[in-house]
Every structure is written in C-alpha cells, then in structure tokens.
Design a protein around this ligand. Structure first.
Ligand code: FAD
Length: 291
C-alpha cells in the first residue's frame, strides 16, 4: 500500500474516512458493509482508530491489515501513547509493518480517566504525541500524521502553546495533520494561518462530523471542551422534535461547511463515519466539486 504523505503530495483533493474497531460481531458486519460501500468513492485513504485500552487495540492492526490485503484502499492505523512502553510501541509497529500497513496517525490519546482528567504517565513510555512521532519516524517504512485542534486542544493553556505543540510534532517528523471535527470553517482557516505563520507547511486536513442527533453531538462537542456554534443551534434547535429533520439539516450544514473548507483551500476532507456509510455518501455526493 502507499504512503499517505506521497498521496497528498500529488496535490489532488484528498478524501478519507475514519472507522473504529467494533465491539461485537454485529458491529463487525456493519463496519465491513460500510467499508465496501465507501470503497466505491475511491478515497485517498481510510483510517482506523486505536482504543483506550483492552482487546480492541489489536483489532486496529487486524482491520487495517485486512483493508491492506483485501481492498483497493490505503489504510492508516491510529496509535496512542496510553499505557504503552516504548518496547510495546516497537512491537506494535512491527505488527503493522508485517500486516502491510505503512501509515500511522501518532497520538497521545486521552487520559485513562477520559478527556479533562489528569494525564498519567506509563513507566517506560512516552507522554506526548511528538515523542511518538519520533519513535515511528525512526523507521523509514511509515508515513506519520498527527492530530491538530481547530480551537486549540482542550487542555492547552492558549493558542500560542497549542501552536508550539503542533510545531514540536512537525519537528519530530509529522508529514500531515488531521483536525478534530471542525465546527466552523473560520476556525479551520485560522488554524491553518497559525500553523503557516509558525513554519508548519504540511497538509492539514479538516475533520468532518455531521449532526445526525443533536444530543450526541452536544456531548461530543462538550468532551472536546468547546461549544456548539450559535448559528448551527439556530438552525437545528427548532427541529429538535423531529429526528429526521434534524438529520437532514445536519447533513445540509455539514455539506455547506465542506464546500466552504474546500473553497478556502483545504487539501481534502476527513470524515468521521462512526462506521456508517450513508451520511458520508450523502455529503460526498452533494459537494459543489462533485456537482
Ligand atoms: P499531544 O500533542 O501530546 O497533546 C496532548 C496535550 O498535551 C495537549 O494539551 C498539549 O497542549 C499538551 N502538550 C503536548 N506537548 C507538550 C509538552 N512538551 N509540554 C507540555 N504540554 C504538552 N484518541 C484515541 O485514544 N484513539 C484514537 O484513535 C484517536 N484518534 C484521533 C484522531 C484525530 C484526528 C484527533 C483529532 C484526535 C484523536 N484522538 C484519538 C484523541 C486524542 O488522542 C486526544 O485529543 C488527546 O487528548 C490529544 O492527543 P494529541 O495527539 O494531540 O496529544
């Protein structure tokens, strides 16, 4: 399979889809159905998240390996520092390489107590994504991406500190970045501006998650330490009693956001699919660039 850094360097618009390892057989069936439905859109790459702990962690290697072997798509495995020694990280990288996976999204991971709780170091491990980037880059076979945050990471003192963290990941060898879900195009554009001003010249791909259910979106936004934009709430809240209408308006809002991001120069779009294909396909086919 290909290096995502090389795919992005071709300068074509990138489309990518993110999945998570399912917990049971029913979830597994839904995942592979979604993967095959989204394969038809010929994404630039697809990614699989890394669990907070426990048995789903090995599943990231299995699923990305199977995507590499059995589909036409380029997989990327997410990997975090949580609970791992450097030795374990090296073993995981061996397994990924053996499975034919050439791309890693290097993350710190949330603290074991959940977002907002204190970070607990693992003896023999590393504490920051930048250190993990360096570990992965020691091996030439991997392209490495990192996470960035349109409004700054929730635990970051201010945007200046947030830029310093981005710069550290860049200096460690990050070749591209994917953002936490973007709530407003202007946040993404400001992030790109801050990054460029700090000399960070890698592709920054905005993350997209449509509102399909207002309450679950509210929870996710809250976990990220942010607030739902007033202009979005003004459109969604009046529909709160009608789940179908919320979903339809959520898709419209996300499609408009995607169009604005691409028009503003975003190199592509990264969709958080939650292992479903329908909403992503609806947005993808409605984009101005596909009209
Ligand atoms: P870091 O860059 O290490 O930053 C973490 C915190 O430490 C920040 O507040 C930062 O400001 C601070 N910091 C960094 N370096 C220093 C330093 N040298 N000194 C002091 N403070 C510092 N989580 C998962 O568990 N699995 C996944 O698969 C996953 N995928 C994700 C994909 C994307 C695209 C995104 C945006 C997030 C994902 N996450 C995932 C969540 C992510 O792990 C959390 O947001 C985590 O809290 C931050 O990760 P990071 O890689 O940005 O960490």
């Amino acid at each position: 399979t290909s290096s995502i850094a090389a795919l992005l360097a071709r300068g074509e618009r990138s489309f990518s889809f993110e999945f998570f390892p399912p917990k049971d057989a029913a979830g597994e069936e839904i995942l592979w159905r979604s993967i095959s439905e989204l394969e038809e859109l010929r994404p630039t790459f697809v990614s699989v998240t890394y669990g907070a702990g426990g048995s789903t962690r090995d599943r990231t290697i299995e699923i990305t390996g199977r995507i590499a072997r059995e589909t036409s798509m380029t997989p990327m495995a997410h990997l975090t520092c949580v609970g791992h020694t450097v030795e374990e990280i090296d073993q995981i990288l061996d397994s990924l390489a053996a499975a034919g996976v050439r791309n890693v999204l290097a993350l710190r991971g949330d603290p074991v107590g959940g977002p907002g709780t204190p970070w607990v170091p693992t003896p023999g491990g590393v504490d920051y994504a930048a250190d993990l980037v360096a570990l992965v880059r020691r091996r030439e076979q991997f392209a490495v991406g990192v996470a960035v945050f349109p409004e700054g990471h929730r635990d970051c003192a201010d945007l200046e500190q947030d830029v310093r963290v981005m710069r550290a990941k860049y200096d460690a060898g990050a070749e591209f970045a994917i953002t936490e879900m973007v709530l407003r195009a202007s946040d993404y554009l400001a992030l790109v501006e801050r990054s460029r001003a700090a000399g960070i010249d890698i592709p920054i791909i905005p993350g997209i998650m449509p509102i399909l259910n207002l309450n679950s979106m509210r929870k996710m936004v809250e976990l990220s330490g942010r607030e739902m934009p007033a202009e979005v709430l003004r459109r969604i809240e009046p529909l709160a009693d009608d789940p179908e209408a919320v979903r339809a308006e959520g898709i419209r809002i996300a499609t408009e956001l995607c169009d604005e991001l691409l028009a503003g120069g975003a190199p592509g779009l990264h969709f958080y699919t939650l292992n479903r294909s329908k909403a992503t396909r609806e947005i993808y086919t409605s984009l101005a660039c596909h009209a």
